[in-house]
Design a protein around this ligand. Structure first.
Ligand code: GAL
Length: 565
């Protein structure tokens, strides 16, 4: 593991043994004291595995009362989903009034919460569940209700006062949104957001209750260069963060409008962000709408499998009592949940992307691995995956034992994984490779992340594949497969390495030399160890682009890469 991670070095962070010990070197106004992680009792980091639970938003938006929340909490228990890990019930926007009381405290909306918030929290705790709440780091929530942040024009924050109130109610989880953040003159938007999230972090620390902190800040920068800067600091303050567009919500007036495009979009922007993730720090691809109207059962399996391959939080947002037995079986699938909750917390590697499918690979803590194939196309797809494509030794002696996690079927001692994947479905296996396979190398696509166009519902606009010499729309061709070696070399499927010669990127026979070594930074740059410049592409945003070596810029879209994890 230490060897495998050695390519992930960065100027501003050092990752401790993969277990939440972060040594943070901050040179900003935030101050080192504000960034120490508040752990749960017993020394385990908060959210050591991705949070699981339920939230009202994607199904109800503001059409709910205390009873809606409690009915869903009870349904989590009665369906058995709570026992499978969905244990945190969070009330989203619209629970509060527009004004604070005479003491400056937030006030629950009396129509929705006639007895206030505490009894709701108590009832949730009595069910053996945890209680989560929504607030906003601006002066108003997205719905226009009272926020914790500075008033428009400047003034007093309410982070500490609100955190004390939440702790007095027994809040265990806070989702802090970021609509309406006031940006004082002379400050950048990013600075204003960072101050607000640092202040909330300090407030939660001061109240002393372990409260999981879900940050929405990055979502307000998606599509801008600062997105990556924000993604770099959120992990110092909270345990999970929303990076982008909301998952499509349910609407009673068109309940069966398909929401699969939204699942694919959120998956597409979350997948290249594996370098930001580790136990206690999770990329949040937004709610699980699997099982609700707008997704078929196949599409529901896809969302669960994809989110689990990414170790994304599993926060249901549906009417739990109305879920079908088939939906509950998908959401409650123990083996799939175990992939999501695997203690390593690794993001899946995109092994291969064609017009129809994505192949994903993820190492697991007990030495097993998980493999998934998403079929985006309208027709069933036959797949055959050989161990070498997944990073195992290319020898016929390498054999796999595999279990299909949806139907439980086992294959023993096979030379390839085979399946027919129905349209919009995702097959997911847990595999154990024989000794002859060796440990898998970091093998898969090396993509250039294009974060320029927000709300671009196209996977191809989002990530393009490195091939020797250029970057192309991913097609699944063998030359799109690369292995990242423990020394930091990038070896193509043809067995040659990406090197720097006479100031240009070239392919050469692999040799242990600096001209073939690359340093991967948290911001996503690949820096030549010999030349100290960055691997980038020359030219515009689309089509085929030639590789070039360039002075490293700050968050230049043509220099931001996603590597096998
Ligand atoms: C959005 C957020 C949603 C929901 C909504 C409430 O910004 O992404 O998940 O919280 O605000 O107004």
């Amino acid at each position: 593991m230490a060897l495998k991670r050695s390519l992930e070095t960065n100027h501003s962070h050092v990752m401790g043994g993969g277990r939440g010990i972060a040594v943070l070197l901050l040179r900003t106004w935030v101050g080192a004291a504000a960034v120490a992680a508040l752990g749960a009792p017993g020394g385990k980091p908060l959210a050591a595995t991705p949070p699981m639970g339920w939230n009202d938003w994607a199904h109800y938006q503001c059409r709910y009362t205390a009873n809606t929340i409690l009915d869903n909490a009870r349904a989590l228990v009665s369906t058995g989903l709570a026992a499978r890990g969905y244990d945190t019930v969070t009330i989203d926007d619209c629970w509060m009034q527009k004004d604070r009381d005479a003491r400056g405290n937030l006030q629950p909306n009396p129509k929705r919460f006639p007895k206030g918030m505490k009894p709701v929290a108590e009832a949730i705790h009595k069910l053996g569940l945890k209680f989560g709440i929504y607030e906003d780091s601006g002066y108003a929530t997205c719905g226009g209700w009272a926020g914790s942040g500075q008033p428009q024009g400047g003034g007093k924050y309410h982070f500490l006062q609100d955190a004390r109130l939440f702790a007095s109610w027994g809040v265990d989880y806070l989702k802090l949104d970021a609509c309406n953040v006031y940006v004082p003159p002379g400050e950048t938007k990013e600075e204003a957001y960072r101050k607000a999230y640092a202040a909330e972090h300090a407030a939660l620390k001061a109240v002393g209750r372990p409260i999981v902190f879900s940050e929405s800040a990055p979502a307000y920068f998606q599509g801008t260069p600062e997105w990556y800067d924000v993604l770099r600091w959120v992990r110092h303050y909270g345990q999970l963060w929303r990076e982008g567009t909301d998952i499509a919500t349910y609407h009673a007036d068109h309940p069966d409008a398909s929401r699969f495009h939204s699942v694919l979009w959120n998956y597409a922007y979350n997948l290249p962000l594996g370098r930001f993730q580790k136990p206690g720090n999770w990329n949040d691809a937004d709610f699980i709408i699997a099982g609700d109207r707008g997704l078929s059962l196949a599409e529901s399996r896809s969302q669960m499998a994809l989110w689990s391959m990414m170790s994304a939080p599993l926060i249901l947002s549906s009417d739990v009592a109305k879920l079908s037995p088939e939906a509950i079986a998908i959401l409650g699938n123990r083996a799939v949940i175990a992939v999501d909750q695997d203690p390593l917390g690794r993001m899946a590697t995109l092994v291969r992307r064609t017009g129809e499918m994505d192949v994903l690979f993820k190492p697991l803590a007990n030495g097993d691995d998980a493999v998934a194939v998403l079929n985006r196309s309208a027709a069933a797809l036959k797949v055959e995956l050989r161990p070498a494509q997944l990073g195992f030794a290319a020898t016929s002696a390498c054999r796999l034992d595999a279990q299909n996690l949806w139907n439980g079927k086992r294959q023993s001692d096979v030379g390839a994984l085979e399946a027919e994947v129905p349209s919009h479905d995702t097959v997911i296996w847990r595999i154990r490779a024989s000794a002859a396979c060796g440990r898998p190398t970091r093998t898969g696509t090396l993509t250039l992340t294009d974060n320029v166009r927000r709300r671009q519902h196209s996977l191809y606009g989002y990530a393009r594949c490195l091939v020797p010499g250029s970057v192309e729309a991913c097609s699944g061709a063998a030359e799109e497969s690369w292995t990242v070696t423990p020394q930091g070399a990038l070896r193509s499927s043809g067995g040659r390495c990406l090197a720097v010669a006479y100031g240009k990127p070239v392919m050469q026979a692999c040799r242990a030399e600096r001209a073939q070594h690359w340093r991967y930074t948290l911001l996503g740059n690949l820096i030549s160890a010999a030349d100290h410049r960055c691997l980038g592409t020359a030219g515009g945003e689309s089509g085929s682009q030639k590789l070039a070596l360039q002075p490293c810029g700050h968050n230049l879209p043509n220099q931001i890469w996603s590597l096998p994890n």
